[in-house]
Design a protein around this ligand. Structure first.
Ligand SMILES: [Zn+2]
Length: 236
């Protein structure tokens, strides 16, 4: 009689362990999916310009440096969210060959486009700064190619996040037809002009590490919300 009791207790005990382990695995899986919203996603992050191509200039500041710093921060945030991130560049260079006799900018852009296409990412994001002759204009702005509604949705999420997190831009996400990489990249794709180097106040912000991080965080949040939210923010 006692043996039967003991066997019974052992069976119940073993079953409890199986159930508990099963529950633990399920809840860990749920936890992972909840905490890593970009798990299994591939994203290409493009830091504009690089090497001999400094991009826009404001004061002593070159666009290429800030673009790379922000792109790296975006990579870190996206990786923390579980994404596999491919950078078009991760140092001060462009993608053209030094001894190339043609137009370096063309070779550079064609190689970036090829890298995006061969990576077949879930999303593409390009980081730039603006500079114009007038010092008056400021504010981060997101651009997208109008060929797909996915591009518009993606750009609106990013712009909405920039507005809320930076609190200093009232610009809208806008379509743009002539940006080569946006034309070539499969949707969703967007380009962020994080600010105007030609505006001294904004330039002062853009060279600061914590502002670069804040902007990168805002952009990453927008990307994450695109993949996890249903409702696109209104463009207003
Ligand atoms: Zn640029």
């Amino acid at each position: 009689m006692r043996r039967k009791w003991l066997a019974g207790i052992l069976v119940v005990g073993a079953l409890s362990v199986v159930v508990a382990v099963g529950w633990l695995i399920t809840s860990m899986h749920t936890w992972k999916a909840w905490n890593l919203p970009l798990s299994g996603r591939v994203l290409v992050v493009d830091a504009g310009h690089g090497g001999p191509d400094g991009g826009a200039v404001g004061g002593e500041t070159e666009e290429k440096e800030i673009a790379l710093a922000i792109a790296r921060d975006i990579r870190n945030y996206l990786q923390e969210a579980g994404a596999l991130v491919i950078m078009t560049r991760d140092s001060d260079r462009d993608l053209s060959d030094e001894d190339y006799t043609g137009r370096h900018k063309t070779q550079d852009l064609m190689r970036r486009a090829r890298l995006i296409q061969t990576s077949s990412p879930d999303a593409f994001i390009s980081i730039h700064m603006n500079a114009i002759p007038s010092a008056r204009w400021r504010g981060a702005q997101t651009f997208y190619h109008p060929k797909s509604i996915k591009n518009q949705k993606f750009a609106r999420f990013i712009q909405d996040s920039l507005k809320k997190n930076l609190g200093n831009t009232d610009r809208y996400a806008r379509p743009i037809g002539h940006v080569y990489l946006l034309k070539k990249a499969a949707p969703p794709a967007a380009l962020v002009e994080v600010g105007f180097l030609s505006n001294p106040d904004e330039r002062h912000l853009l060279i600061q590490k914590n502002y670069q991080r804040k902007a990168a965080h805002a952009i990453s949040q927008g990307i994450m919300r695109y993949f996890t939210s249903e409702k696109t923010p209104a463009d207003e």
